[in-house]
Write a protein that binds this ligand. Structure first.
Ligand code: B12
Ligand code: SF4
Length: 501
């Protein structure tokens, strides 16, 4: 067994929530399970580990303090594309102190050259537990790390990649995340203030066997390994007992792929009397509608669904492997089981037309999920999508701060068009909120007004067409229910010169 006894290791999660407008708005804060598992693994192998989690920090001061206090042999930095500048700043601190500084995690693996040029000594590829343990031993003994498996280094501007490591076969033996090394209470209090619940994240598996062409899976590729229900129940029990967690987010790429596993977990929750509410991410082709009743009873509150598009053609282009009929079945079953559904939708994927977007909006209208997010497709380095558009990138910080909000490559339509389409989904969601409070006929009129504005004004304008009458994106005028008399004043009045079919 690899050993890191005597090594002092500082792990840094360079995320600064204060600077992330999305986080400030939606407050989706969970500690990085990758960092906490690495920390626990190293500790089990004899290293002295400290975690500098910058989530609630306002500067790099905690890293400076830890460098002075711990005098680590190795600094390991977790990376996501959002945190690139901060990660590079930490690398500079490590380098200035003469400490071996290693980057790992999704972004560094996708573009190692950026991290190596930016001051890191090495980038760890794939699963980090064994690599980091070996690197720590080398750092302690002041040995060269150049031939350690699973890393990339550079010399004379050339990258040197050592052979990768096989994935851990047995993930049941992984230690529980080192929650004690971070401000767990800070995370939980924040959630409690916002939702009244003490929320935490749990991972029951590693990897995903599917192959959606925009998805970045730099750490685990298409491998899939699942912890046993017993191991997961132990971790859940510890969170409930030690931290009084009462809401769990299962962070697996796809939760509950196998029916027997899911049944085992549900049985175990009953047997151990574990009570909490939970949410998870599922695929429409794998969610088991017949288990929804049991899941709801066990505490299932919300399911995140990667619906992505209402156009089957686009789902096929994305290599999603799902059918619209499955979306329809699952959306209906969730509604019947009274489980909230959160749909992820994506606009702006290559080859998508305005008609595809219209189909997505129609699907959204039909099923009106309780929650949703409509993002603009983000080309993440290392994906087939990124490779397809890399010559058309508008920003080198693809998937950076404005990821999902701004258009990051030259797509079929101008950015303003996608922004407007996003606004149409918001409008639709707002109308659905008004259901029950406003008459259906009024809602239909309001919907029609926006659809007409879209077809006759917004689309031609945003696509740079000279006059509204030349719009190619006409929409059929639906048959509307008659307005009750008291609402007739609200009937949208279009300017007299507008073309009316
Ligand atoms: C749960 C999750 C979240 C949660 C929790 C985030 C968090 N604090 O970790 C929430 C919902 C808040 C979230 C938010 C975001 N996420 Co997220 N998230 C995930 C998800 C599904 C699981 C993460 C996880 O726990 N993985 C399991 C652990 C064990 O794996 P790991 O972190 O990769 O770590 C292993 C290795 O990478 C390596 N390693 C990692 N760090 C280091 C460091 C060193 C030194 C070494 C040696 C090795 C090493 O060893 C670890 C153990 O083997 C992943 C997808 C995935 N499957 O990883 C996306 C993912 C990480 N998220 C992603 C993104 C883009 C985001 C956001 C930027 C989205 C946004 N625009 O807001 C934000 C970033 C916010 C943040 N806090 O950093 C992308 C990252 C892509 C990229 N290249 O950056 C991923 C990969 C999803 C995807 N396929 O696109 N996310
Ligand atoms: S998007 Fe989800 S289902 Fe598709 S490959 Fe990525 S993790 Fe797997």
């Amino acid at each position: 067994m690899l050993d890191a006894s005597g090594a002092r290791v500082l792990l840094v999660d360079p995320y600064l929530a204060q600077e992330d407008p999305m986080e400030r708005k939606f407050l989706e804060l969970y500690p990085s399970l990758g960092v906490l598992t690495l920390a626990a693994f190293l500790r089990e192998r004899g290293a002295q580990v400290r975690v500098s989690d910058l989530t609630f920090a306002r500067s790099l001061a905690p890293v400076r303090d830890a460098l002075r206090g711990l005098r680590p042999h190795l600094v390991g930095v977790h990376t996501k594309s959002l945190t690139l500048p901060r990660a590079l700043a930490v690398a500079q601190l490590g380098r200035a102190a003469g400490i071996l500084t290693v980057a790992g995690g999704p972004d560094a693996v996708s573009r190692p050259e950026v991290y190596l040029e930016g001051g890191f000594d090495a980038v760890a590829t794939g699963e980090g537990e064994l690599t980091l343990t070996e690197l720590s031993g080398h750092a302690l003994r002041n040995e060269s790390v150049r031939e350690v498996s699973g890393i990339i280094t550079s010399s004379d501007g050339k990258l040197h990649r050592t052979p990768g490591r096989p994935f851990l076969k047995e993930i049941d033996t992984l230690p529980m995340p080192a929650w004690d090394l971070i401000d767990m209470e800070g995370y939980l209090r924040r959630w409690e203030r916002r939702t009244g619940e003490r929320r935490s994240a749990v991972l029951t598996s590693r990897g995903c066997p599917f192959d959606c062409s925009w998805c970045s899976k730099p750490a685990f590729g298409r491998s899939f390994r699942q912890q046993s229900p017993e191991r997961v129940l132990d971790e859940l029990g510890a969170l409930v007992r030690t931290y009084r967690v009462d809401y769990v987010r299962f962070c697996d790429d796809v939760f509950g792929i196998h029916r027997r596993w899911l049944e085992g977990l549900l049985d175990g929750l009953d047997e151990r009397g574990l009570r909490f509410r939970f949410e998870c991410l599922a695929r429409v082709d794998l969610l088991k509608p017949d288990l929804l009743g049991r899941l709801k009873h066990a505490g299932l509150e919300r399911v995140y669904l990667g619906v992505e598009s209402g156009s089957q053609r686009m789902l096929d282009v994305m290599n999603r492997g799902t059918r619209l009929t499955q979306v329809e079945q699952v959306a209906t079953s969730l509604r019947e089981a009274k489980v909230r559904q959160f749909w992820f939708l994506m606009l702006g994927y290559p080859s998508e037309t305005l008609e595809d977007i219209e189909e997505t909006l129609r699907l959204f209208r039909r099923f009106s999920p309780e929650e949703y997010s409509v993002s603009i497709a983000v080309p993440v380095p290392g994906t087939r999508f990124y490779d397809a558009v890399k010559d058309r990138l508008r920003s080198h910080r693809a998937s950076g701060r404005r990821g999902g909000v701004s258009l990051l490559y030259e797509a079929a339509y101008p950015q303003a068009m996608y922004r407007w389409e996003q606004a149409r989904f918001r409008w639709e969601a707002a109308l659905q909120q008004l259901r029950g409070r406003l008459d259906e006929a009024v809602l239909a009129q309001l919907r029609l007004a926006v659809d007409q504005f879209h077809a006759r004004v917004a689309t031609p304008l945003l696509l740079g067409m000279p006059t509204p009458t030349r719009s190619r994106h006409r929409i059929p005028r639906p048959r509307l229910p008659k307005l009750p008399a008291r609402w007739s004043a609200l009937r949208p009045r279009l300017p007299a010169h507008w073309p009316v079919r």
